[in-house]
Design a protein. Structure first.
Length: 206
């Protein structure tokens, strides 16, 4: 359960029409219990606006990071009923991204590169443990994660060799900016890098 989210986030969701939210966000609503059911990181989560709780149903005792708690609520509030574009872009290619994703808002993909270095197989194992799907790409390995129903993220990894250091990059479907503001996209980027770098959800970041 997440305890650190401002109550206003839940209040805004509670005022919305559940049918309209489910249509936009591609999730379901349990009227008897007054909660939304949504796939997050390919696992079921439950959001109760009235109780102001977010639960990972498969691991109800596990903490939820502030980044993902905010992302889920922001997604319920702002998701659009539009198809994925199929066009993968970096965060800086999003509208306003070139200015926003700088300095303290730089997505730390270097943490992924530092963890795995030359260990390509280790990177693949870590991605598969997080329910990522291997995809063809221009990197040594690329995996796609369904963070939210309309928000997939790809992680590209180039293993280190005699000439080059390891590199990693995150890509987003171009429609992500229609569903989430840039600061929430940044939070998702932090979460992806933290999980792949071996840091548990909910623990201190950097």
């Amino acid at each position: 359960m997440s305890h650190k989210l401002a109550p206003v986030f839940f209040s805004d969701v509670s005022r919305m029409d559940p049918e309209e939210v489910c249509r936009r966000a591609n999730c379901t609503y349990d009227r008897a219990r007054g909660c939304y059911l949504i796939e997050v990181w390919a696992e079921p989560w439950e959001i109760s606006p009235a109780r102001k709780t977010i639960l990972r149903l498969e691991q109800p005792g596990e903490p939820i990071s502030v980044e993902m708690g905010v992302a889920v609520l922001a997604y319920l509030l702002g998701a659009k009923d539009i198809p994925l574009s199929g066009e993968w872009v970096s965060e800086k290619d999003l509208p306003g991204g070139e200015m926003f994703f700088r300095g303290p808002h730089s997505i730390p993909a270097n943490l992924v590169a530092q963890r795995f270095g030359r260990d390509l197989e280790g990177f693949c194992r870590a991605c598969e443990l997080l329910k990522g799907s291997a995809v063809d790409g221009h990197a040594d390995a690329s995996y796609r994660f369904r963070i939210l129903p309309r928000v997939p993220v790809e992680v590209l990894f180039w293993a280190a060799d005699e000439e080059f250091e390891a590199q990693a990059q995150l890509l987003f479907d171009r429609t992500v900016h229609a569903h989430l503001p840039l600061d929430v996209v940044f939070g998702i980027g932090l979460e992806v890098c933290a999980r792949l770098a071996g840091r548990k959800s909910g623990e201190p970041r950097w």
